[in-house]
Design a protein around this ligand. Structure first.
Ligand code: NAD
Length: 360
């Protein structure tokens, strides 16, 4: 059993009621346990004003209940904003399972989690996140219909749609900054050549951009050099490249008080989640005249693909391309209101949410 009885009885702080620092008016928080399979899960439903809460499930060896709860509360709130700005009729939710995916994952555990989701009757729809795979979605799907990313309910890996959204977001940022979305001769520094970064590199290369690529995995860098005639840079220096666009597509918190003064590009537009390390970082970018495409807006292509699993490809692609239009609105309002783009994005999401009545 991966959560020891010792931890349960003596352990870390648990749910301190509505005073938890990450509690933000969440509508429902479920602590789920199944003794037979060793399941310990927290499902946080932040806001369902726009529709059922849609957000993935993360399996992670959290050290204690509070770490897991903190992640579930924070991530579910993030999904409310992301889904709202993506124009989806879905609210925000997220689940976490306290377990090491390499050691503790079993089909029975996944099905037990599916039952917990099912018991919510569709208020929460789950999907893949860190630590889970499409095969796990199948197991979960054996116990509930409220899941996305199964063979029955599947468009495949959503990352190409994430990359498409980032590509459109980059064009929107170029238009705003330089008056043209044309990528010919534009230099883009891409940090991270994984599922999203590599596909983005392909789109940009075909549009005529010059690529400077970086990844901790040298094979990926070599592939990009071969396929796109890219040049490479040490991943730690990717943000310093004298380029038109810096596209962070690896880890979060890459924009912080150390890296912001070092940035070499006037546009930041990439897929990485939680790019700003601290709330004031958006203001610091604006003060330097750097146009920042808020991460949760530009990287929403994947969740749009999950939400719109039943529409035709061309409809979905058109919806993903709307990310460019949403960013245009954010950039223009940021100028008009003299506010950082991340703050404006939050404002627009809150406006959409407050325009609908609270459901219960
Ligand atoms: P991935 O795991 O396929 O790729 C990440 C890549 O980053 C890997 O190639 C890895 O070697 C590289 N990397 C790791 N540390 C690095 C470092 N310090 N410097 C440079 N490269 C480094 O992940 P992905 O699916 O391509 O997602 C990339 C980012 O976009 C993540 O932050 C993810 O949360 C976010 N995102 C992805 C999706 C999606 O649809 N996959 C959707 C929304 C957001």
């Amino acid at each position: 059993m991966h959560v020891t009885s010792k931890r349960q009885t003596t352990g870390a702080p648990i749910w301190p009621g509505f005073d938890h620092p990450e509690f933000d008016g969440h509508e429902k928080i479920v602590f789920g346990h199944d003794a037979a399979t060793g399941l310990y899960t927290v499902i946080a439903i932040h806001d369902t004003r726009l529709g059922p809460a849609l957000g993935g499930c993360r399996m992670w060896p959290y050290q204690n209940t509070d770490e897991a709860l903190t992640d579930a509360l924070r991530l579910s709130r993030g999904m409310t904003y992301k889904n709202a700005l993506a124009g989806l009729d879905y609210g925000g939710g997220k689940a976490v399972i306290i377990a090491d995916p390499k050691l503790h994952k079993t089909p029975e555990l996944m099905r037990a989690f599916g039952k917990k989701v099912d018991a919510l009757g569709g208020l929460y729809i789950t999907g893949e996140d860190v630590g889970l795979t499409p095969a796990d979605m199948e197991m979960i799907g054996g116990a509930t219909e409220h899941v996305r990313g199964t063979a029955q309910n599947h468009r495949g890996d959503p990352s190409p749609y994430t990359a498409l959204g980032v590509y459109n977001g980059i064009q929107s940022a170029l238009m705003h900054k330089f008056g043209s979305p044309d990528l010919h001769g534009r230099k883009v520094s891409i940090q991270g050549l994984g599922n999203v970064g590599f596909t983005l590199a392909r789109f940009l290369h075909h549009a005529g951009a010059d690529l400077v690529v970086s990844d901790i995995n040298q094979n990926s860098v070599d592939r990009a050099i071969d396929a796109f005639g890219a040049t490479s840079v040490d991943p730690a220096d990717a943000h310093k490249v004298d380029a038109d666009i810096f596209a962070p597509c690896a880890l979060g918190a890459g924009l912080n008080s150390v890296t912001i003064p070092q940035l070499g590009a006037p546009i930041i537009a990439g897929s990485a989640n939680n790019q700003l390390a601290e709330p004031g970082n958006g203001q610091a970018l604006a003060a330097r005249g750097i146009l920042y495409a808020p991460d949760y807006v530009i990287n929403a292509g994947g969740v749009i693909a999950l939400a719109k699993h039943d529409v035709k490809d061309e409809v979905l692609e058109a919806d993903v391309r709307q990310i460019g239009e949403t960013l245009k609105t954010i950039f223009e309002r940021a100028d008009a209101e003299n506010a950082p783009t991340d703050v404006v994005a939050d404002r627009i999401a809150e406006e959409r949410l407050s325009a609908v009545g609270k459901q219960s």
